[in-house]
Design a protein. Structure first.
Length: 449
């Protein structure tokens, strides 16, 4: 638990048998106290952030501490130190918070410092251990000449912790949703590079730290203020029972949470009240069946996966699970009895975030990108006598743009059309006499959404 370490670290050279590019951070106070050691190891130069936690056994603990002490005595290396933030609980002894860190180089050390300071007020190392170059591009300095917009210029050296000036943005860490969110953030101009096996990435063009979390936990982190905003499903928000601000729907991961039962066995969902229900959403399921006022409480069992197999194995009379296409449900011999809620991914924010302006900037960027993915721009020339019919075909998002041409009674028209219907629109325009019809894709937009 390096965030609880209150003693100063000292950088020393390791024994000669260790790679000369590595450095060891050791705490002289804890070493003198012969404290148990927790190791946070960055294993190789090619993968400096592949962390592994370890607590030496009692049989080799003394040997580890002796090696550390010997290293400190014989070191001719630097005596530079980095101070740890003093957010130490007074009830926590040194034996529970000593940290040994092995890192390939000073740049990796800065990333370790950033990694240990992300969620829930984890102070980790001092802000000075995270230079500007680690957050916003090499040599950025966070101020003039950096990739940051001027209004977001800041200095970590004046902050109480490395990420205090950054908005923390929780996103799904894996799965299909992760890939879709990654593409969306890239389209919205939120630039970051995620080191291997590390669940945090600093944006280079905005004061944002992306935190990669399980999708099922993001609503809780946002609701409790551990992160400022996040992307998760409406079902997760309902299940987590937290109060967050829903900024916008993203149109990703659309599905429905439904009650399912073996085919032909249940015609009325109320007949399942008071029986055995297996689900991964116990709170939503309990609230749904409790509202039916059954004589006895519904027996709800929570499992984390393969919910659809529960009825076939005799564990449940019905299940509550997400349905997207229904293929898995039908393969398990189940059918939908009732829909509890429709759900999709949403952008959410903590209602007391300290970065409201930045939250709104991110919302606008994402909204602009989503609009750009839904629409394309169609432009065409048409005679004024046919203009009204053409306008009915291409009304645009608000209205079409019309410009006169030097060619008599002809005009040029530009309008947004839905991408999925663009080919049909082009056919209809040609039928009413439009010529020179062009279709243009949109990279991003700002349309007041």
């Amino acid at each position: 638990q390096p965030r609880r370490h209150a003693h100063p670290f000292t950088t020393v050279r390791p024994p000669s048998r260790t790679s000369p590019t590595t450095r060891v951070l050791t705490c002289s106070t804890c070493t003198a106290e012969n404290a148990p050691t927790r190791a946070l190891l960055a294993t190789t130069a090619t993968s400096p952030l592949a962390f592994r936690s370890a607590r030496p056994s009692s049989s080799n603990r003394a040997r580890v501490l002796d090696q550390l002490a010997a290293t400190a005595r014989t070191s001719t290396g630097t005596s530079a130190s980095t101070s740890a933030s003093a957010s130490t609980s007074t009830s926590t002894s040194a034996s529970n918070h000593h940290a040994l860190v092995v890192v390939p180089n000073s740049a990796s050390l800065a990333r370790v410092a950033g990694a240990s300071a992300i969620v829930g007020g984890m102070a980790g190392f001092s802000a000075a251990a995270t230079p500007a170059s680690e957050c916003h591009g090499t040599g950025s300095g966070h101020g003039e000449g950096s990739k940051l917009p001027r209004q977001y210029a800041h200095s970590h050296a004046t902050q109480g912790k490395a990420t205090s000036s950054h908005l923390l943005f929780g996103v799904p860490k894996k799965g299909r949703l992760h890939e879709k969110v990654k593409k969306m953030l890239d389209g919205a101009g939120i630039e970051y590079s995620r080191p291997d096996r590390l669940d945090i990435a600093h944006c280079s063009n905005l004061p944002i730290s992306i935190v990669f979390l399980p999708a099922s936990d993001i609503a809780t982190y946002v609701g409790e203020g551990n992160v400022d905003m996040g992307i998760t499903g409406e079902d997760i928000i309902g299940e987590s029972e937290v109060d967050v601000e829903v900024l916008m729907k993203l149109g990703l991961g659309k599905c429905r949470l439904s009650v399912q039962a073996p085919v032909g066995e249940v015609t009325d969902v109320r007949s399942l009240a008071g029986k055995r229900i297996v689900t991964s959403f116990p709170n939503l399921t309990r609230n749904y069946f409790d509202a039916m006022g059954a004589d006895k409480p519904t027996q709800i069992k929570c499992i984390s996966g393969s919910v659809e197999a529960s009825c076939g194995l005799g564990l449940a009379d019905g299940i509550v699970d997400l349905v997207e296409t229904g293929t898995t449900m039908r393969a398990a011999g189940l059918e939908e009895v009732s829909t509890i809620m429709k759900t999709e991914c949403v952008l959410i924010a903590n209602k007391s975030t300290s970065h409201p302006e930045l939250v709104e900037t991110i919302r606008k960027r994402i909204a602009g990108y989503l609009t750009a993915t839904k629409y394309v721009m169609v432009t065409y020339n048409i005679h004024r006598s046919s203009l009204e019919r053409a306008k009915n075909i291409t009304p645009g998002k608000k209205s079409p743009s019309i410009m006169p041409l030097e060619r008599g009674d002809w005009v040029a028209v530009s309008a947004l059309v839905l991408k999925k219907s663009a080919s049909t629109v082009m056919d209809e325009l040609e039928d009413v006499g439009a010529t020179d019809i062009l279709l243009t894709s949109i990279v991003n937009s700002r349309m007041g959404d």
